[in-house]
Design a protein around this ligand. Sequence first.
Ligand code: NAP
Length: 486
Amino acid sequence: MICLVLNKLTLEENVSLIKQHRPFVDIVELRIDYLNSADALQAASFPDMTDLPVILTCRRAEDGGQYRESEKSRLALLEKALEGDFAYVDIEEDVKRSVCVTKAQQKGMQVIRSFHDFRQVPDDLVHRMVQIARKGSIPKAAVMPSSIQDVKRLFEASRELNSIEKKILLGMGPYGLPTRILYKKLHSLLTFTSSDETAPGHISAREMKETYRADTVDDRTHIYGIIGNPVAHTKSPLIHNPGFGGIKYNAIYVPFQVDSVRTFFALSEMLPVYGFSVTVPHKQAVLPYLGKVSREVKQIGSCNTVVRKKNLWAGTNTDYYGFITPLITPLQRDLIRNVLVVGAGGAARSCVWALRNHGCRVTIVNRDVQKAEKLAQLTMSSFDSLERAGLYADVDAVIQTTTVGMGELEGIDPIPDFPFSKHHHVYELIYSPRYTAMLARAVEAGSSIYYGLDMLIAQGKLQFESFTGYHYPRRLPVTLVDEEDT
Ligand code: NAP
């Protein structure tokens, strides 16, 4: 079940929240710790205000909730609310012999006994859940993984808890995201979503239902994903999940924040994972684990696509092809011969090699000139410092591969002195925002422009082919543009 957490001040506001999210949720959790005191006293009437089953919860501040009064008054508030027709009540594991538990059981409600750990995945997680289940309640653990190893431990714990039919297990924070999306692989009764769509790494009910189709995951669902650190900003799930749906493939694509590539490969064997995209900073780190690599991966020394083959992992680099595809026509028409590449990081490596393999002369400019020199030596190119980019106005194309223009550097032009003209082909690799300060200047000057977003989609569709063996469904539109970017 996909559960929406109701965190408004009044019961009426919570009813509106349900209306907004109704198509995407199966159950709601009424958090009476968020309610104003008058509405908290009326909480018993809430189940009659919705057609969905409701979990009753009053979370203490120490467990991440809002309730700051005494424990006695909290339990009294819960007891009063239990007059209502709730489907479940959540009472913390450490609450001893509560009248709330007895009252809930007498009324035929299901009792969830929960514990929260905001610091770690506790060593006694399995033991505590087993103890709760033995007493006839549904155990719930919300814990904080701080590494991919902790995520692996959660999946291992879920296997040990296999015999407990009803349980709720979830990892919080950015590392925990795959456990919340793959809640059915953890055999968790439900996953929690919030109404706040803007918090990074937070999955809204709509995304959980529409993008991930998390509630349709079953034992046969094949898992794919993307590894990076951080990875919450990734748009790749918006390419692959609809694509899987389009070819009726029972598969899901999930972001994994990964601090240790080695551990992720171990997790991939265990789950199993069938293939994954690789983003910063792991494009080189995956190489030692691959049994087979493509020609470009060998040449570039970086891999963005890993696929499970019979007895080994195979790596390709779809950035290389995704990047060059939109330039093929001008390259064939001989419109692009001399190119200025701005940046000398991982993405620049793929671009420079693709351009060199297509017969272009390349000059690399970078803030760290030594890095530019190293890449230039490797690729038989020229190099210079970033500040001198403006002196290369006679090139045919400019490829912007730095991170300047995104995140904290949004609105900044990495080569403010470069005199764009209508003769230039200008390619921006940044895809969020789609339209950067540098591109705005190039458009004003009448240059031909190429978007990072188109490259992202092109490389994603190639990855999809590697994952599935099928072309990306032709009629499926890929809509990755934020409204504010249009
Ligand atoms: P990376 O390896 O970390 O390289 C970052 C580059 O940005 C380096 O050249 C770095 O210069 C430069 N840089 C960072 N901060 C700077 C600053 N304040 N001033 C000047 N230069 C600065 O990252 P990457 O993997 O190459 O990714 C770079 C960009 O390409 C990202 O925006 C990424 O989203 C985009 N990308 C897009 C696609 C796509 O499909 N559209 C695919 C891959 C990458 P130093 O060497 O001097 O630090």
